[in-house]
Design a protein around this ligand. Sequence first.
Ligand code: GLU
Length: 429
Amino acid sequence: MAVAEKAAQKQAQPKETTNPYESMIQRFDVAAKIIGLDEETYNILKAPQRQYVVSLPVAMDNGKVQVFEGYRIIHNTSRGPSKGGIRYALEVNQDEVKALAAWMTWKCAIADIPYGGAKGGITVDASKLSLGELERLTRAYTRAMVDVFGVDKDIPAPDVATGPREMAWIVDEFSRMQGSFQPGVVTGKPLHLGGSEGRVEATGRGVNTAALEAMRQMRLDPRKATAAVQGFGNVGSISAKYMEDAGLRIVAISDHTGAFSNSKGISIGDAIKYRNANNGVLKGFTGGKLISNEELLALDVDVLAPCALENQIRQANAADVKAQLIVEGANGPTTAGADKILQEKGIIVVPDILANGGGVTVSYMEWTQNRFGYYYAEDEINKRADRSMSRAFENVWAVGKKYKVSMRIAAYIFALEKVAKAVQSRGHY
Ligand code: GLU
């Protein structure tokens, strides 16, 4: 390789960062440059529209008041009300929520649903709170956000460590404050409170559909393929189950308590049963050999599905990845610095904002059902969700071919073009 070429490549390699917002901006910049986005629209889309930081005093079981920090960040509402989950985790901070909010804007555009993007979070280890403390915290957060949330304004949903139970508390608290039942203010609710069939499974189901679409393009037979899945929460476990049903051999799974590998294949049904009977964790699982999370990422498999948290595949370990295909069930599992290494290795990455869009797609169906007061059967929801994911995949794949870029950059280009058009036609003032 010529010296000048090497120098150019070095320059093109973005500075490694584990700040999710910087990671988002690095890809956004590349896409904006490729489509020649004008400076005004660039500046509008770069920064979130509104950022709320609240402090939440909660009466704890020991009689003391503890104060938690909560966030809700609205990235953009040009295409519709803002949409995005709420996560409870100790790592939650403003830059992370900013990135997650922007990713929701791009994700909704790619999934072709009429929403903007937002995200919320509370800095808390939810596993350390009692049920009562969790409920009081969730209600305090809802009260703090009563002017932010709204059926036509901002619609939360589950994310890391939140689920139908927390969504039910939010509906209740919000409805009390408004004086009328407002199930459409959140999605991911329990079925008996206006939730949708298929919502719990939706993200994992979509991850599998995205994986199968990619495998079809790569001429990889799912019945001869192996996969490693990182994370065994809602997204990881259900993605693994659908992939297993599609014929893939799942040779490794993991959660924060450990990773387990078995070259003969792990029964995902057994692993889910074990987790459910074991405080929600895989610790002590005997269906595979205990390995480290780093080893899981470097396994010689066909498909790697990171379905846990951000920054798992980084510049430092990307070269060790042996999978031919990465399907990102998590938001932001790959740093921008790792993108180029994976691309040079010829690894196809189905990016988060495409791969995990199945969840928000069924959230949209839940919200429309709430508004109409008419509910669909599960097969109808699944059929629509599958079609939507396949279409989104095809759209992004076509952009990748057109601009000769990775699927990640193609996804950003596709989303950016769509959101920019909405921003521009609504006009500036
Ligand atoms: N938290 C999920 C995500 O990151 C779902 C968001 C939603 O359904 O609004 O896509």
